[in-house]
Design a protein around this ligand. Sequence first.
Ligand code: NAP
Length: 287
Amino acid sequence: MRILVTGCEGMLGRAVMSRLGVTQQLSGVDLADGDLSDGSVVARLVAEHAPAWVVHCAAWTDVDGAETNRAAALAANAEATGHLARACARTGAGLTLISTDYVFNGRAGAGYVEDEAREPVNYYGLTKARAEEHVARLKTPWQIVRTSWLFGDGKVNFVKTMRRLLGERDTLRVVADQTGCPTYAADLAAVLDYLVSGRHEGVFHATNAGATTWCELAREVARQLGADPARIVPCPSSEYPTPAVRPANSVLLSHNLEAVGCPDRPAWPDAVARYLSRLETGRVDCP
Ligand SMILES: NC(=O)c1ccc[n+]([C@@H]2O[C@H](COP(=O)([O-])OP(=O)(O)OC[C@H]3O[C@@H](n4cnc5c(N)ncnc54)[C@H](OP(=O)(O)O)[C@@H]3O)[C@@H](O)[C@H]2O)c1
């Protein structure tokens, strides 16, 4: 199947290119190839690449920056997805939108099932919720794959930052009142391979197995690096005020993945171990 990956230089896009490239005929585009918030650019890229399926990883991912750059964030996330959805509707191509736990309000007790109502608490979440609406209206095959707390090759991420800070400071204060599901980009790419190859349709939640807090995630990084996890000191989010409010509990429950027979995802500490080992052996190309 001819697949076009948007955001192919991003953290997830890289993992998708390397995983799906083994089984599919892939091409990738990123911002240097054109701004997807421009409909004529999207029409040109889809005509050039003639994909049977589009995996749409490109997005405005600066959650705090979205609060102050609302028009640009909306254009990059919602409008770009609208252009892609219309292009796919015209050509009959399938479309996978990568979305986020931040479409939810964070007040769910046990976590969010796939058909829970969207109620974003920050502007980034709102732009992704609008993007989802464009995709869910399609008559052609579509997937919305929500994920959370991504780490992997490419840009700075929480796991890599904790590893660096543990080398620089004696103690670190890390928020302990936000709960979510860490996700290794390489493991998410394996799920996407399964979903796209099988042309499974609908809304899916794809993360590593298990949930935790940022503080516990940092402690696990410390543990795995042989550092004392007690050097990570829990603190409330109120200690680190950010422009964007974060949902307190955004655990994603993956019932629909189970229903389509997707193999179990590895537990998040296992994913952290594989990623850290990749960092330790210098097999990662970006700082
Ligand atoms: N990171 C997370 O923790 C997280 C959590 C939940 C969901 N997600 C979702 O997962 C997906 C992948 O995230 P990621 O962390 O891999 O993102 P990323 O590393 O920021 O990559 C996104 C890529 O899209 C490109 N891009 C941005 N705006 C564009 C535009 N208007 N036209 C064309 N390309 C554009 C970016 O280019 P530049 O870098 O040059 O701007 C970048 O290469 C996104 O849909 C995101 O919303 C991420």
